[in-house]
Design a protein around this ligand. Sequence first.
Ligand code: ADE
Length: 265
Amino acid sequence: MVPSKDPTQTVPTDPQEQQEERPVSSLLIVIAMQAEALPLVSKFNLSEDQDSPFPKCVPWIRYHGKYKDLEINIVIPGKDAMFGVDSVGTVSAALVTYASVQALKPDIVLNVGTAGGFKVKGACVGDVYLATDIAFHDRRIPIPVFDQYGVRSRTTISTPNLVKELGFKVGKLSTGDSLDMSSQDEELIRANETTIKDMEGAAIAYVTDLFSVPTIFVKAITDVVDGEKPTAEEFLENLSTVALAMEVAVTQVVDFINGKRLSDL
Ligand code: ADE
């Protein structure tokens, strides 16, 4: 793991850190759904871990392998033991990220996944975004300072070369535990000028902030939140196609990171 006191800074300020800065060698990719992860597992030719660093009782899965100069780990929270569906949402995302960061000590984390997009902010189905900012939209605590703690709005690490080279769209990401959007969520989302809405990003950021691991959020749009179609229907309709678009985009990101130092991103 690359030590960094401020995760929002790409270039280390400590001279010793600067000296020690080396190309990124270990990448952890956190993904909520198996359908989102599998195209990437096969693209990077990763194998499922038979001797997982996780406790035996959890459904979390780790795929790992070497791709170019990078040690790549993809982790997913796996299927819920009671309902057999992917363990989407903030709780599972935070837990699997915590355990993975502890066990694997990555230089950098990528949170990859599908998201809803706001057409009022220019998002369309199939677009791939890099998040510039991240916040929660469903943690309402109307007490001074706790209100800000709940939303926990912050900027992500700056990756100007990555954005310029790959030409992805950029926008603010907001996270909550629901696929739909209540009127209270919507109010906060609009006030924060959000473009992308997901169910994991800010929870993953909370964990990677604790450990000062730089984190990049790559989100592909499956549904237009402020469009005509019901969100769940549009999401399911587009999931497999968008997962393939995401595979192409994430490969570009990983190829770009390969051989570079954090400060080159
Ligand atoms: N993932 C895909 N679409 C989403 C949406 N509309 N809200 C939250 N997470 C999503």
